[in-house]
Design a protein around this ligand. Sequence first.
Ligand SMILES: Cc1cc2nc3c(=O)[nH]c(=O)nc-3n(C[C@H](O)[C@H](O)[C@H](O)COP(=O)(O)OP(=O)(O)OC[C@H]3O[C@@H](n4cnc5c(N)ncnc54)[C@H](O)[C@@H]3O)c2cc1C
Length: 322
Amino acid sequence: MLDLLIIGAGPAGIAAAFEAKKAGLDYVVIEKGLIANTIYNYPVGLTVFSTTDELEFAAGGLDPAREKPTREELLSYYVRFVLDNELNVLTEETVLSVVCNRSGVFIIATDKSSYAAKNVLFAHGAMDYPRKLGVPGEDRPHVFDHFRETYPWVKRRALIIGGGNSAGEAALFLAQEGVDATLAIYRDNWENTDPKQGCIKYWVKQPLEQQLGEHCLNLFFLGRVVEIREGEVELENENGESVTLQNDVVFVLIGSDADLSLLKSLGVGTENGKYGEVPVYDPDTFATAVTGVYVAGHFTNQRHIKGAIDAGRAVIAAIVSK
Ligand SMILES: Cc1cc2nc3c(=O)[nH]c(=O)nc-3n(C[C@H](O)[C@H](O)[C@H](O)COP(=O)(O)OP(=O)(O)OC[C@H]3O[C@@H](n4cnc5c(N)ncnc54)[C@H](O)[C@@H]3O)c2cc1C
């Protein structure tokens, strides 16, 4: 019988595991991918926008070459942190169901095993369901819902669809390295400067504008995507006029949603949060109304790594005081 089972080894789950170990709790982290899988999936070579104090579990561990770490520096720090602290993280194992038995014990089934725990922390992030355009041709093999790296697309024609930082960064990476790139974006998103609405951050927007000025990037003010075909994409511009772009690869980077089905199956309620549907929880303890069920990280109202780390810590404090 575990004191705590943690679902997900992102910043929230790792922070909670570190605190759980310090508190002497019997815990395990189940991670369906790799340690810090979301960071692993960032574009290769990306410099993150947070500073080290917002990313570290303990002050002074992350030592980037420049002011802000790259994906590789951050990933290395998180992996080393788990290994050096001998945190009990099981990777490539997926939690499939969580049920509470009559004694109030949680039975957690994975694709490899099953566990019994007094408490469960859902720290599974919000990357499960990449959003879809819902247009014909979106399932073609040259259409991607994430952007990994530039070099396979050099000298190709790439269309990037999206209005947030991920789309902006992908367009920038591609344009800077000689890809014939077009960013298709709603005018409102391009002109939005409110970071709370998920706009393209200014340190991405400014170099994008430079690429536009140097004619290394095309900007298309989107009305809608009509159809993705082999070799071309049919769009409507903001005036409703039909435009067909010749094209080799399409990146649909319009966000992703969390899978809240396990939480809901336990009876955890949801509400409309800052960024959409979130579980109902106590903002101090991150406890839900279901005894023993806690939430932390990207699918709550805390969208950034610092908030995820702080939440992971708060959960352990709440469990220990209980
Ligand atoms: C390109 C990019 C750049 C970003 N840059 C920054 C930045 O500079 N600063 C910042 O603060 N934030 C940044 N973010 C956001 C940041 O990545 C998230 O805030 C952070 O990862 C949230 O941590 P988390 O632990 O809540 O979730 P995640 O890091 O997403 O971790 C959740 C983990 O749970 C696992 N999991 C999911 N379901 C299951 C299951 N059923 N069973 C087992 N495991 C499961 C996943 O594989 C994943 O590893 C960025 C995001 C992206 C996409």
